[in-house]
Design a protein around this ligand. Structure first.
Ligand SMILES: [Zn+2]
Length: 468
C-alpha cells in the first residue's frame, strides 16, 4: 500500500513497525464548541484510512485524545484558553462544556458513520504522564524553566522543522498571531510544556506539579497519550494539515527527545475544507455543522460522500450547489442498489476482480473517488444481482455510506428536533410581535438566546443559526 507521508513529502510503501498491529494516533477535538464540517472532513478521511487498513488485513489500534485543557486560542500557546472561553460563553463549568461537546462530537461522528477509535483519552486523565514526560525532558536538558513556565528548547534539536515545506519567517510566532511574543522563550520556536503563569485569564483547572500549581500545554498531551496507549513506536499519526505546524512538529520534538529514537514513521494530513471565502473555520463565515446540514434536509452521509468524491490531499471547496449534486447522486445510487434482487448466492470468484480494482484504488494513497467509481463499475457489470450486492457490501466496509441498507438514516434525530423547536419558537415570536405582545416576544427571544440561537433579519424573512 502506498501512502503519502508528510515526512519526506512523497508517496511511500507502508510498512508497519510490527507485523501484528498498526498503531495509529489521531489528534482529537478540543471540546469547547461543535465541530464544523471542515474538522469533520479530517475525521471522515482518517476513518476511511483505518477501515481500509482493516479491509487490507491489518490489525489496527487507533488512539485519540480529547483536548479538555490547555489549548489556547493560538496553537503557539498564546491567547485565551479555548475551554475557558467556551465555559464563559455558556455560563457553565469547563467540565460541563467538555462533557457536552465530547458527546456532541461523537453524535456527529455517529451520523457520519465514523467509527469510534479503540481508545479515547481525555487530556485531564493523564496529568501524571504529562508531569513525568516533562520531568524527563528537563533532566535530559531539552527543557528549561522561565517565568514560572516550563518550555521546550528547540535549539537542542538537529532539525526542528521536520516537515520541510515551511518557511521559518512565515511561521514566526509573533508575526503569525499578531500578538506579543512570550519574552520567556529563549528561541522563537520554543513552546510551553507546563504553564504556571499566563498573561491571560487563569485556568479553572490546575494541578500540583514540581514546578507549581498549573496546567499542561496542548502539544504534550498527544505525545503522552500516544506513548501511553500506542507504545514507543507509532506507525501512522493523523490530523488536519493545519496541525502539521506547530502542533505535530512539537509532538515529534517532545516524543523523540523523550524516547531517544524515531517515534512515528508516517504522517497522514488531510487538507482544508474551503468555502467561497477561503479556509473554513469557527471564527468566520457560516458555522457549518452536521446539525445545520440536517436542519436543511441533508442526510449526513451525503456530506461523507461529498468528502469521498475528492482526494484527501486536495483542498475541497464546499458549496450548497455541489452538496446538492452529491445528494442527487447519492439518492440515485441508493435507489439503484435497492432495486437489485436480494435472492440468490453471490459468486465470490466472479467478485474477485472487482474487489481487486477497489483495493488498487485505495492502495494508491487512499484514492476514495476512484473507490466510489468502483461501485458504479459493479452496477454496470455483467455480475448477477446477488454478487453485485456482495461486492458493494464489501466496499461499504470502507466507504461506510450505508449503500446496501434499505432503511436510510432519515429518522428525525435530536438535532432535527432542535431545528423544529427553533422554527416553532420563531414562528410564535413573529406572531407575538405582530400582535404587539412584547412580553411574549421578549420571553421567546430570551429562550432562543439561551439555546444559542442567533436570529438574522433578511429580506427572505428571519434566518437563524447556532451562535459562533
Ligand atoms: Zn495532537
Amino acid at each position: 500500500m502506498l501512502l503519502y507521508n508528510s515526512l519526506g513529502q512523497t508517496k511511500q510503501e507502508f510498512v508497519p513497525h510490527s507485523q501484528d498491529i498498526v498503531n495509529m494516533y489521531t489528534c482529537g477535538p478540543t471540546v469547547y464548541h461543535y465541530a464544523h464540517i471542515g474538522n469533520l472532513r479530517t475525521y471522515i478521511m482518517e476513518d476511511v484510512l483505518e477501515k481500509y487498513l482493516r479491509f487490507a488485513g491489518y490489525n489496527v489500534k487507533r488512539v485519540m485524545n480529547i483536548t479538555d485543557v490547555g489549548h489556547l486560542s493560538s496553537d503557539a500557546d498564546t491567547g485565551e484558553d479555548k475551554m475557558l472561553s467556551g465555559a464563559k460563553r455558556e455560563h457553565k463549568t469547563v467540565m460541563e462544556i467538555a462533557k457536552f461537546y465530547t458527546d456532541a462530537f461523537f453524535a456527529d461522528c455517529d451520523k457520519l458513520n465514523i467509527k469510534k477509535p479503540d481508545v479515547v483519552e481525555p487530556a485531564t486523565n493523564c496529568i501524571d504522564e504529562f508531569i513525568n514526560m516533562i520531568s524527563v525532558l528537563l533532566e535530559k536538558g531539552y527543557a528549561y524553566i522561565a517565568g514560572g513556565n516550563v518550555y521546550f528548547d528547540t535549539s537542542k534539536l538537529d532539525t526542528y522543522y521536520v516537515f520541510g515545506n515551511m518557511n521559518e519567517d512565515d511561521l514566526a510566532v509573533g508575526v503569525r498571531d499578531s500578538v506579543e511574543e512570550d519574552e520567556n522563550k529563549r528561541n522563537k520556536a520554543d513552546f510551553v510544556l507546563w504553564f504556571t503563569k499566563s498573561k491571560f485569564d487563569s485556568q479553572e483547572l490546575k494541578w500540583e506539579s514540581p514546578w507549581g500549581l498549573g496546567y499542561p500545554g496542548w502539544h504534550i498531551e498527544c505525545s503522552c497519550i500516544s506513548n501511553k496507549h500506542n507504545g514507543e513506536y507509532l506507525d501512522i499519526h493523523c490530523g488536519g494539515i493545519d496541525n502539521a505546524f506547530p502542533h505535530h512538529t512539537n509532538e515529534i520534538a517532545q516524543s523523540e527527545s523523550f524516547l531517544g529514537h524515531k517515534w512515528c514513521n508516517y504522517w497522514f494530513h488531510v487538507l482544508h475544507l474551503n468555502d467561497a471565502r477561503g479556509k473554513m473555520s469557527k471564527s468566520k463565515g457560516d458555522f457549518l455543522t452536521v446539525s445545520l446540514l440536517e436542519s436543511k434536509g441533508y442526510n449526513p452521509l451525503v456530506y461523507r460522500m461529498f468528502c469521498l468524491q475528492s482526494h484527501y490531499r486536495k483542498p475541497l471547496t464546499f458549496s450548497y450547489e455541489s452538496l446538492d449534486n452529491t445528494a442527487n447522486a447519492y439518492d440515485k445510487l441508493i435507489k439503484r442498489i435497492s432495486s437489485l434482487d436480494k435472492e440468490g448466492t453471490p459468486d465470490k470468484a466472479q467478485a474477485e476482480p472487482y474487489i481487486d480494482s477497489f483495493k488498487e484504488a485505495l492502495d494508491n494513497d487512499i484514492n476514495t473517488s476512484l473507490g466510489l467509481t468502483c461501485v458504479y463499475d459493479v452496477l454496470k457489470s455483467e455480475l448477477d444481482d446477488a454478487t453485485k450486492l456482495y461486492v458493494i457490501e464489501e466496499f461499504d466496509k470502507v466507504l461506510s455510506l450505508d449503500l446496501t441498507k434499505s432503511e436510510q438514516k432519515n429518522s428525525p434525530s435530536a438535532d432535527g428536533e432542535l431545528a423544529t423547536e427553533v422554527e416553532a419558537l420563531i414562528e410564535k415570536r413573529t406572531k407575538a410581535r405582530a400582535e404587539k405582545d412584547w412580553a411574549t416576544a421578549d420571553a421567546i427571544r430570551d429562550k432562543l438566546k439561551e439555546m444559542h440561537v442567533v436570529l438574522v433579519d433578511t429580506k427572505d424573512g428571519i434566518q437563524w443559526h447556532i451562535e459562533n
